[in-house]
Ligand binder design. Structure first.
Ligand SMILES: N[C@@H](CCC(=O)N[C@@H](CS)C(=O)NCC(=O)O)C(=O)O
Length: 199
């Protein structure tokens, strides 16, 4: 059994979306987390070492960090066709985009929002304007991050771009608007949104 430790309207929605795309049985345990507005608090029932979400328990193993949970699940259920398998073309690019979300995209955009100047050579990510330019260039040439086929990389990066544009933290462009409309126009995405709306 797969157990997802989840908090509505948070990053763990990416994993609900992925599990819905995979079509595998899973349960969610709703936990409280510290919210940016100062509400909430750490939940002792959450196995995440920092009390964050998502955390996933599968066959007794705990997996945390979205960049680890997504390939863990797409490797465990490869027949769903949501990721290139080990040795297949596109595998490297797939893993790169999975790491890009928490390692580059999120910190770049958050630092800009917080007015923290970018220190080239010190920070492990690129400046926000460069991140936006890259995403616009790649997605201007391709339907999805890996080409013609939707993959779990689009759940992670596409879902984040969608959220950041809604929050007015990323600049809306025709390319990114068309891309996020494409990736969110899916039954699994709608099921995830409906699920969170009920909580
Ligand atoms: N790098 C983590 C980020 C997880 C994260 O920060 N989740 C937020 C919810 S959107 C959280 O649990 N925040 C509670 C806290 O910071 O204590 C990942 O990608 O899984």
């Amino acid at each position: 059994m797969i157990t997802l430790y989840h908090a509505p309207q948070s990053r763990s929605g990416s994993i609900v979306w992925l599990l819905e795309e995979l079509g595998v049985p899973y349960e969610t345990k709703t936990v409280t987390i510290k919210r940016a507005d100062g509400t909430g608090g750490r939940d002792p029932a959450n196995p995440h070492p920092h009390g964050k979400v998502p955390a996933l328990v599968h066959d007794g193993e705990t997996v945390f960090e979205i960049a680890a949970i997504i390939p863990y699940l797409t490797d465990a259920f490869p027949d769903a066709g949501l990721a290139p398998r080990v040795g297949e073309p596109g595998r490297g690019e797939y893993l790169s985009w999975l790491a890009y979300r928490p390692g580059v995209l999120e910190p770049a955009i958050l630092m800009r929002r917080l007015n923290v100047p970018h220190v080239q050579g010190a920070m492990g990510w690129a400046p926000a304007e460069e991140v936006e330019a890259l995403l616009n260039r790649v997605l201007g040439e391709r339907k999805y991050l890996l080409g013609d086929a939707f993959s779990a990389a689009d759940i992670s990066v596409g879902g984040t771009v969608n959220f950041l544009m809604t929050m007015k933290m990323m600049n809306e462009t025709p390319v990114l608007k068309a891309y996020t409309a494409r990736v969110t126009d899916r039954p699994a995405y709608r099921r995830m949104m409906e699920r969170d709306a009920k909580k």
